[in-house]
Design a protein around this ligand. Structure first.
Ligand code: ZN
Length: 191
């Protein structure tokens, strides 16, 4: 028999995670990822969460739940009070940290991410790194209809953001720079 205390802890984490996954799947249900492949949005949320589960030694429940919900405020009509009621204050605060102010222009939002990244929590840093790693993977490996120039612009911007927080976690940061190196090879960018 395994230790019942550990089982309870694991079960609690699973309950929170699947509750968040069901919620996110529902909120993003009509959205697809960019690109011709028409990949459902939830795939991205699972990829980001999976990367964190694989790389971090002891991710907190709040970090994993916030990873599943990281685009829900930005890209759906979910409200902050709803997130707080369902998932608690700590999760809401992490999700808010990784949510852009959509009232600003795209270039303002991008500049602000570079300026503010450093001041965010460890949890927000991890989600940002995993998110950008997965986005670059999508840019390289899904049929996304962006010009080479636009792809390079996204990758160069992501590098500027992650440079600010490159001490967050060695394994996770390494994953980001691995895909960046791959992108330079595939898009034929020389330093
Ligand atoms: Zn995302």
């Amino acid at each position: 028999m395994s230790n019942s205390l550990i089982n309870k802890t694991v079960q609690n984490t699973l309950k929170k995670l699947f509750f968040a996954l069901e919620y996110a799947a529902n909120m993003h249900r009509f959205q697809k990822r960019k690109g011709a492949a028409g990949i459902p949005y939830i795939n991205h949320l699972i990829e980001v969460s999976n990367l964190l589960v694989q790389k971090l030694e002891k991710p907190s429940d709040e970090l994993l739940v916030a990873a599943v919900l990281h685009d829900v405020l930005e890209d759906t009509n979910a409200r902050e009070d709803e997130i707080e009621k369902r998932f608690g204050n700590e999760v809401l605060s992490i999700v808010c940290e990784v949510t852009d102010d959509m009232r600003l222009s795209s270039s303002q939002r991008k500049e602000l991410q570079i300026q503010t990244a450093k001041g965010l929590s460890f949890e927000a840093h991890c989600i940002k790194i995993a998110d950008k790693t997965c986005n670059i993977r999508d840019i390289l490996y899904t049929r996304i209809k962006w010009s080479r120039k636009r792809k390079m612009q996204y990758i160069n911007w992501a590098i500027k953001v992650i440079e600010q927080i490159r001490d967050t976690h060695p394994g996770l940061v390494e994953e980001f720079y691995t895909i960046v190196r791959k992108s330079k090879e595939l898009l034929d960018i020389s330093d």
